[in-house]
Design a protein around this ligand. Structure first.
Ligand code: SAM
Length: 194
């Protein structure tokens, strides 16, 4: 294991990793919900900007939800309001309501120091996020994501998590990248773009 990952045991330690690597530019969280993890990222890191992207919406495609949070429209509106209230006085935060794929087209290549994926968790959606967001990361930046799991489908949306499959397939294209997962119940994965 690369020494830079030593002691990174929880996703809440990721700000320590960013600080070790001297990453102080712009980060992005894809899938922010009410902003709880974004608060951890802001609290511990030196990032000058953190863009928070969430659709706060449901899309039903082929009888399945691409947004696996399974919340009603009303609940999603409330989560958005909470995120906005939480960061009202935080000049480092930019909140964007958009589907991740659509928004990625507006972001410059190699402009981000940190990308954290935590939106939809089915294999197809994660594969799309990996493909869309890796090019946005600058060299030396950290690419990471939550829920490194392959859970079986569960109610009410019956979405099968495919994060491990999607990330493993993606990694075959970039075998030289340092890769690490946090040793916790719900692991986060991460790699550094060389
Ligand atoms: C697991 S929650 C995020 C939790 C948050 N990262 C945290 O740890 O506090 C997933 C969020 O991703 C959003 N989401 C799902 N699919 C999305 C997509 N395709 N584009 C943007 N946001 C999406 C959902 O609305 C939901 O709020």
């Amino acid at each position: 294991m690369n020494a830079v990952f030593s002691g990174i045991e929880l996703r809440d330690d990721i700000p320590i990793l960013l600080n070790r690597l001297g990453l102080e530019g712009k980060g992005i969280e894809i899938g922010t919900q009410a902003g709880l993890y974004a608060q951890v990222l802001l609290g511990g890191s030196m990032l000058r900007k953190l863009c928070l992207v969430d659709c706060w919406d449901l899309v039903e495609e082929n009888d399945r939800f691409r947004n696996d949070s399974a919340y009603s429209h009303e609940k999603l509106r409330e989560l958005k309001r909470k995120a906005e209230e939480r960061f009202r006085c935080e000049p480092r935060v930019e909140i964007v309501q958009s589907f991740a794929h659509e928004f990625s087209a507006t972001v410059e290549s190699e402009s981000l120091d940190f990308v954290y994926l935590d939106a939809a968790h089915d294999e197809e959606s994660v594969a799309q996020d990996l493909q869309d967001w890796y090019p946005k990361l600058r060299k030396g930046g950290v690419f990471a994501g939550h829920d490194y799991l392959n859970n079986e489908p569960w109610a009410p949306t019956y979405v099968k998590f495919g994060v491990i499959e999607a990330v493993s397939k993606f990694r075959m294209r970039i075998p030289d990248h340092e890769f690490y997962t946090t040793p916790e119940m719900i692991p986060s994965w991460m790699l550094i773009k060389p």
